[in-house]
Design a protein around this ligand. Structure first.
Ligand code: PMP
Length: 366
């Protein structure tokens, strides 16, 4: 994507003129391990049902702005009421609406980098101050004491569990303490929660904490990254505030129909989730074994990706893409992530290709 012109920058809102268009760094390759998608794809029988449901949609009519049928399906799944569910055009839209409704001048977000860059971006787009509580540069662990202290003065706290790109969980008891300490809202982003062990979700805390919000997406485990659908679970008055600021028709009727089928057929995704979790252990073990003789390091992960540190990460990523047609994500420009790449866990065959290529390239680059 081209950089913004000087003219465009002059015309833009001054507070936004430093932004650049989002670049996912995508190049078509044989193996795509760069965006934490589900590489197994939609189970065939669910795919057929999704297509049948979408073909029945009257596209001449506007969608239901609140996705109420889908909200009911999500509510039944999570054991909450319709009023506790907010659906967006991807988790990204939910996040934007959250900052639009609850951020703004004089408001503060507590952010724990390195983490998903969108939080700080959206916060700054609506003039919200970002207070960073950095992770440990060695272990990548959250600084629990500093997060709790900062929460006492925050309008919004975002905790990502598992965190992107470091893969670690936020302990549920820490979430509970942060909710108690924070006078504002606490978002726990569980976009990758399906890949984490049972009992790691903050959802059971919802009834006791009306300032807690939990984010989920259909983009990762549930194969709808292209359809765009995510949702928040929150107190009804928080959902109402989000409904007041949202773009009314952002979630298309096609997306609503597809997501309703996926809710109903969610059990069909379990085999791919279980295989991803098993493959994650195998990939980590293999990289650890490589690390005994070569300069490569992998962090533990509870998500469908791993963070690795390699020599000359940007060059190594380019060689993976150009010589092996394998795409991974380069994080080496991010503070605290020098020489780090994020690698999605793919199918067993894709992971084999990656591990073989890494063994060769790390040797050559070291
Ligand atoms: N949260 C986290 C931590 C993510 O990594 C992502 C996607 N990269 C999202 C939310 C949003 O995903 P989507 O908009 O596809 O639902």
């Amino acid at each position: 994507m081209a950089a913004l012109s000087e003219r465009a920058r002059r015309l833009m809102r001054p507070s936004l003129a430093g932004l650049e268009p989002y670049d996912p760094g995508f190049t078509p390759t044989r193996v795509i391990l760069s965006a934490n998608e589900n590489d197994y794809g939609m189970p065939a029988e669910v795919h057929d049902e999704v297509m049948a449901a979408m073909s029945g949609v009257a596209t001449n009519r506007y969608p239901d702005p609140m996705s109420n049928r889908l909200r009911d399906a999500i509510a039944g799944w999570h054991g909450v009421a319709r009023g506790n569910v907010f659906v967006g055009d991807g988790g990204d839209e939910c996040l934007f609406d959250l900052f639009l409704a609850f951020g703004g001048q004089g408001r503060r977000l507590v952010n724990c980098p390195p983490t998903f860059s969108v939080y700080a971006l959206y916060a700054s787009m609506v003039d919200t101050e970002v207070v960073d509580v950095p992770r440990d540069p060695e272990t990548m662990a959250l600084d629990a004491a500093a997060t709790l202290a900062a929460a006492a003065d925050a309008d919004l706290v975002v905790l990502t569990s598992p965190n992107n790109p470091t893969g670690d969980l936020v302990p549920v008891d820490l979430v509970s303490k942060v909710c108690d300490a924070c006078p504002g809202l606490v978002l726990v982003d569980e976009a990758y929660g399906e890949f984490a062990p049972a009992g790691s979700s903050a959802e059971p805390l919802l009834p006791a904490h009306d300032n807690l919000i939990v984010l989920h997406t259909f983009s990762k485990a549930y194969c709808l990254a292209g359809a765009r659908c995510g949702y928040l679970l929150a107190a009804p008055d928080v959902v109402d505030a989000l409904a007041a600021v949202r773009q009314p028709y952002s979630v298309s009727s096609l997306t609503q129909a597809a997501a309703e089928v996926v809710c109903r057929r969610r059990d069909a995704f379990e085999p791919a989730i279980a295989s991803t979790v098993a493959e994650r252990a195998r990939v980590i073990e293999s990289i650890d074994a490589l690390g005994s003789s070569l300069p490569i390091r992998v962090w533990p992960s509870e998500a469908n990706f791993v963070l690795v540190r390699v020599p000359h990460a940007s060059q190594l990523r380019a060689r993976l893409r150009d010589e092996y047609s394998i795409l991974v994500r380069d994080f080496s420009d991010v503070d605290g992530l020098a020489d780090c790449l994020r690698v999605t866990i793919g199918t067993p065959a894709e992971n084999d290709l990656l591990l073989d290529a890494l063994a060769t390239l790390v040797k050559e680059e070291s």
